[in-house]
Ligand binder design. Structure first.
Ligand code: AKB
Length: 313
């Protein structure tokens, strides 16, 4: 049987670190090269790792031409809140980085490419409840605009260059193994760390701000399942809606209080409130469930239990 050889770009990020470990389990550690602009930290340092700036085209091409990669996971991006502070950087990394990877994948005959989109590709006039797969998309952040445009680039490469590119519109991803980096949904990660260390947390969103969210192990499973689905089952080549749960800050606080009764949450909304208000509250992911069998495992209380018990160890 032919072996897969896999490149992960942006492996040091919140999703990248856990996805790389999922890829090790599924394809063997020796068949995965993890890369990031900064050096390997924690468990990533135990596998194949190289420094890579995806915007450094000669460096990217040299790595891809030396290895016969069958799959590339391109995760390097500036997220929503950081992107609003540095829009030019967000656009450059999120757009040029993607196009460089898609071009290199065509040139070096990489079989499959994965690229993450986000609920940030939707906007204020998108239907907010059970947001459909195909609907109005009017993103207001540079991150969201780059995701919307990226989806179109992915579909264009599929249709015009025959590249097998696959994508998911992630909701807020919640894990405890790496600290988050610059997203609007990241309060739902920080809150667990602060609940354990300080027994209190100041939230930058209002108590009733509902957003679609997903536990990291479900996100990793969704990504690996999509990438191993037979090509003819992957009918959407822009990006699939996927969902697991929706909650607001007061609900995650209540879930934590079941384990830490003295935990207190206070609210001080900032510029991220407007970003959250422009996004869907829940997502209709029936296309992913029908086309390639997506199903989530974790709800809010199960996730809280899992994260708190792991962080306490
Ligand atoms: C962010 O908050 O920017 C990200 C996202 C929803 O894509 N977590």
């Amino acid at each position: 049987m032919k072996r897969d050889k896999i490149l992960v770009i942006g492996a040091g990020g919140q999703l990248g670190a856990e996805l790389t470990q999922g890829l090790w389990e599924r394809y063997g550690k020796e068949n995965v090269i993890a890369t990031d602009i900064k050096g390997a930290e924690g468990v990533l340092a135990t596998g194949n790792f190289e420094i890579l700036d995806v915007l450094n085209t000669p460096q990217l091409i040299s790595l891809i031409s030396k290895n016969k990669f069958t799959q590339i996971y391109h995760l390097a991006a500036v997220l929503s809140a950081t992107g609003e502070k540095n829009p030019r950087l967000a656009w450059k990394l999120n757009m040029d980085g993607l196009i460089e990877v898609l071009d290199a994948a065509v040139e070096y005959k990489v079989e499959k490419v994965y690229w993450p989109s986000s609920i940030a590709a939707f906007g204020p006039t998108t239907p907010k409840i059970k947001t459909p797969q195909d609907t109005i998309m009017d993103p207001t952040t540079i991150y969201g605009i780059s995701k919307q445009a990226g989806e179109r680039w992915c579909e264009w490469y599929f249709k015009n260059k025959g590249l097998d590119v696959r994508s998911l519109r992630y909701p807020g991803l919640i894990g405890y193994k790496t600290k988050p980096g610059g997203g609007t949904t990241d309060y739902a990660v920080d809150i667990y760390f602060k609940a354990l260390s300080d027994k209190k947390f100041e939230c930058f969103l209002k108590p009733d701000t509902y957003l679609p969210m997903m536990y990291m192990s479900d996100a990793v499973k969704a990504t690996l399942d999509l990438m191993s689905a037979p090509s003819e089952h992957v009918k959407i080549r822009s990006s699939y809606n996927i969902a697991a749960m929706s909650f607001c800050p007061s609900e995650i606080a209540a879930s934590i209080q079941k384990h830490i009764p003295e935990f207190e949450i206070t609210y001080k909304p900032d510029f991220r409130q407007a970003i959250a208000d422009s996004w869907p509250k829940s997502i209709n992911d029936s296309a992913a469930r029908i086309d390639w069998g997506w199903n989530h495992a974790f709800d809010l209380d199960e996730m809280t239990q899992e994260i708190l018990s792991n962080l306490k160890l």
